[in-house]
Write a protein that binds this ligand. Structure first.
Ligand SMILES: Nc1ncnc2c1ncn2[C@@H]1O[C@H](COP(=O)(O)OP(=O)(O)OP(=O)(O)O)[C@@H](O)[C@H]1O
Ligand SMILES: [Mg+2]
Ligand SMILES: [Zn+2]
Length: 317
């Protein structure tokens, strides 16, 4: 069972209570807007109290009170309709219509509960990259030197089309190239589109993720760790700056596990790195490289460091 189960259930309970509260308020507001409605509602309440007194004694009196309540309710609603009051608002509007925010359908977890558990896990991961600053709209291809502008415009077009058609079984991408060429910018633009589509996305630096996984692994000795599970489960995973993490056999086998598991499940992964293909091969070995080469779209970024270009522009202004 997910360790976020309890927390997710609490959130669902809050959704449920909020929906009920809202519907009760709509009813109370409607009733108090008209003196006659107020009076009919008072009579309904009175009869309901009587009904409780007679509960368990199903005699004539009980059914008479029941009928009385039904008649009063009919009267109340028909007057409301005449007054143009939206009586639909008296039924709770649940966030999830499939399970009425209970989290279960026939004893099975509803999609909304699974989604909440995933969101909580991702939140705990602490996605630390500057996603707010990166989108397709502020990606400027004129910043690339003329000799590679067309190539970089193609990469930009590819990433934008990829993002807009992104789904849970999309292909994976390797972005390789020197520092400051827009790899993180474009991967985060894709993440933003993914989130807007309602897909779950885990994004962060390889270094950050791997040190978390390592800490969790060695402190508890579990084979699987929370962070690893979250990275494997996310609809989209962005592993930024692969190659900057501390190298070890554990790290390499974890990277292999992430790449391989997600490929088998056909879930999209985006890896960005300053390493070239030869360097990746010598650092991570044939097993990892052949999976990337055989299955990922490889985008080679080119140009001059845009971080430096932007700094120069700032100083010249
Ligand atoms: N084409 C672009 N248009 C506008 N801003 C850009 C473009 N490319 C990069 N930038 C900006 O330049 C800075 C560096 O880009 P980014 O972080 O994406 O580079 P990177 O390729 O990931 O570099 P590194 O390999 O060092 O991680 C960021 O602030 C980013 O928003
Ligand atoms: Mg980067
Ligand atoms: Zn549901």
């Amino acid at each position: 069972m997910s360790r976020y189960f309890g927390e997710a259930l609490k959130l669902l309970e809050k959704r449920r209570k909020d929906a009920v509260k809202k519907s009760e308020k709509a009813y109370a507001d409607a009733v108090s807007s008209d003196p006659l409605l107020c009076e009919i509602d008072r009579q309904i309440q009175e009869n309901s109290k009587k009904l409780i007194e007679y509960f368990g004694r199903p005699d004539e009196k009980f059914s008479a009170i029941n009928q009385n309540i039904d008649a009063l309710r009919d009267e109340l609603y028909s007057r409301m309709v005449k007054l143009g009051i939206d009586t639909d608002a008296f039924s709770p509007r649940y966030y999830c219509e499939n399970c009425n925010d209970t989290g279960f359908i026939k004893g099975k977890k509803c999609k909304c509960l699974l989604m909440l558990e995933k969101e909580l896990a991702l939140k705990r991961l602490g996605n630390t990259l500057p996603i707010e600053k990166c989108d397709f709209e502020n990606f400027d291809t004129s910043l690339y030197p003329e000799e590679c502008r067309e190539h970089m415009t193609d990469i930009f077009g590819f990433c934008r089309a990829y993002a807009y058609s992104l789904h849970k079984k999309s292909s994976s991408i390797l972005m390789t190239g020197n520092t400051g060429l827009g790899k993180t910018h474009l991967s985060l633009s894709i993440v933003k589109t993914a989130i807007e589509k309602g897909l779950s996305a885990a994004y962060g630096s390889a270094q950050n993720f791997l040190s978390k996984i390592e800490n969790e692994h060695f402190s508890r000795g579990d084979e699987r760790t929370d962070t690893l599970d979250t990275l494997l489960d996310a609809d989209l995973l962005v592993l930024d700056d692969l190659g900057t993490e501390f190298s070890s056999a554990f790290v390499n086998s974890t990277i292999y596990c992430i790449i391989n598991t997600r490929l088998l499940a056909q879930n999209p992964t985006i890896i960005s790195t300053n390493l070239g293909l030869e360097e990746l091969k010598s650092r991570y070995g044939d097993r990892i490289l052949s999976r990337i080469m055989g299955n990922y779209d490889i985008l080679k970024f080119d140009g001059r460091d845009i971080r430096v270009l932007k700094r120069i522009e700032e100083f010249n202004c």
